[in-house]
Design a protein. Sequence first.
Lengths: 239, 239
Amino acid sequence: MALRESILGLLCDGPMTGYEIKQFFRNVIRNFWSVSDGQLYPTLKKMHAEDLISLRVVRQDSTANKHVYSISEKGRGQFEKWLREPVTKFEELKEPFVLKVFFFDKLSHEEVIRHLRSQLDLHARILDEFRSIRDSYKGRITAFQGMIGDMGVLYVEVRMLWINRMIDMVHKGLIEKKGALYTEEMVEIGKKFLEEIFSEKPSQEFQKWLRKLQSGLPVVADKRPRSKQVRSMADGLSR
Amino acid sequence: MALRESILGLLCDGPMTGYEIKQFFRNVIRNFWSVSDGQLYPTLKKMHAEDLISLRVVRQDSTANKHVYSISEKGRGQFEKWLREPVTKFEELKEPFVLKVFFFDKLSHEEVIRHLRSQLDLHARILDEFRSIRDSYKGRITAFQGMIGDMGVLYVEVRMLWINRMIDMVHKGLIEKKGALYTEEMVEIGKKFLEEIFSEKPSQEFQKWLRKLQSGLPVVADKRPRSKQVRSMADGLSR
DNA sequence: CTACTCATGTAACACGTTACATGATTTC
DNA sequence: GAAATCATGTAACGTGTTACATGAGTAG
């Protein structure tokens, strides 16, 4: 759970009302982490009960009273502990669209293209939004917060590239039907893959990466001369 | 909910036991969609109760009986309806690590670097896995399934690039403290951004994209001569 | 002798969304 | 006069994880 910790993080810079926290999530953090009312208010209550935050109620005659929350020593400790803990889990992308792509074999080329174009439209729109908000924030936020904005833009760009490549693929007729999607062979291969993940000894390729990393070289750089390169997956991305 | 639909999708190609479905999720689909036992078995039961799938129990003396499920007409209808429905929602990335990055201002440079390096290690390892499984599957899966593998690799590559840029940034001392992370200004800007998202009229930039798209040009291509380009966000990605 | 595979499940919990409720004030 | 803003919340539901239970067979 990271909602509690992010609330604590906000309160580190000074007291805030529940409504202000809600607004901040809705209008700023929402780019990468959303919270609903039905989750936020009960969570604040629970955190108060656990002495992570203290509460001061400000009377308002016209409307509901304001609840001003401040971080407690206990809360600050918990936040700092969380912030320093290394993240050791790779977060999988769980996207309904990708699940549909898995089954695209079962659709006609026209239907697939319709799907891909509508995704492209959606992403183009989102990219536009991400770019304008990034521009508006320029100079007002920390360098790290700026990098989060960059990640958003970059991610959407890459997705569009990916979708475009699928469109190309269909147009060029590179799709042949393969029969059943499920084969025992696939499961077997997956098992091998799993073993490698959970065995603690890293593979050779991983060790090469590590050496590069430690020598200070850019880890993802491709050293082949531009002209000789196989078309890179991320070619042609613009800023 | 997409778990039910993906189960139906698997059963389209023939009957499977609960255990086989579980294995398939665990060893193949898990790359982009995971399911726990505690979710799968009850879901199969519910789907059977709703007549989406039919059940045949195969007696086994030595151990628990096998439950062989087949898709029903109703189930097939529901799957096909789902598969054809356009995806209109942009799935936000909800990642604990990004949330931490938001608060990196509150850590020392050394602590930030430690975080970033451990993330890089993790991603290098995952990249390795993604690449090997992609290679193993080559020739055995549909072109679309192959593209899912490519997306995974591409995504991890981009993340590593992003993390490397943050490391660079810290080393070059491009990080200045900005005081409070929360400002009313940010909320105001966010509100404007929101309006643009929900107003149905697309912006000029979005329309430019759309024109490019409809004229068949690659939408994300950057036409500036290579030498004059500002270093692109995704420069140096390898296959 | 330990641990894993096959094969199914349950119960408790954690996380998150949606819809609703209140009620005055301000803006279109 | 309708709708949004300010300001708080509850109840019902849906999704998903973790830990546990059973019990035989097999591989190291």
